[in-house]
Ligand binder design. Structure first.
Ligand code: S3P
Length: 166
């Protein structure tokens, strides 16, 4: 059994921030999927969506997950859609533990309202849209998760402590 940790959850639940704290405070090795994909493609997520489309991006996510087969002891900060494909989830479960960061639509809205690199939220930055998309996804997120951590009202340090305990 490998000891990788996969952080999953909706946009704005703090996956990248938490992974960053796990790196800085606990010295864990981190892979941020969105960053890795942007680097590989030489363009932003928004540009990838605009130029190649969402399906192309989803295939890049799957290739990246599959390429982690040989890795151990890393924290993977997934994109918000990574845990929606069954093949991705099957691979994540084989390669480590899956931790869901769970937040209310209101918390998510507060955290994403000023960001501009999330194509699915462009023109949709409101609580109703987030609630609707989250409700379409939450069952799949929960089914993928080995652990669920509620992140409302917690800072990244608190979430990291819970992850270390888990
Ligand atoms: C997506 C979430 C984003 C990014 C892309 C699609 C999604 O990642 O992968 O914009 O489908 O939820 P973050 O969750 O890191 O924002």
């Amino acid at each position: 059994m490998k000891n990788n940790i996969f952080l999953i959850g909706f946009m704005g639940t703090g996956k990248s921030t938490v992974a960053d704290v796990l790196y800085r405070k606990y010295g864990m090795r981190v892979l941020d999927m969105d960053n890795a994909i942007e680097e590989k493609e030489g363009m932003s997520i928004s540009e990838i969506f605009k130029i190649h489309g969402e399906e192309y991006f989803r295939n890049l996510e799957t290739s990246l997950i599959m390429s982690l087969e040989d890795k151990d002891n890393i924290v993977v900060s997934c994109g918000g859609g990574t845990a929606l494909r069954k093949e991705n989830v099957d691979a994540m479960k084989k390669y480590g533990r899956v931790i869901l960061l769970d937040a209310t639509p209101e918390t998510i809205f507060e955290r994403v309202r000023h960001s501009n690199n999330r194509p699915l939220l462009e023109g949709n930055k409101n609580v109703e849209f987030i609630r609707d998309l989250l409700s379409q996804r939450i069952d799949r997120y929960k089914a993928a998760a080995d652990e669920i951590i509620k992140v409302d009202d917690k800072n990244a340090e608190d979430v990291c402590k819970e992850i270390m305990k888990a």
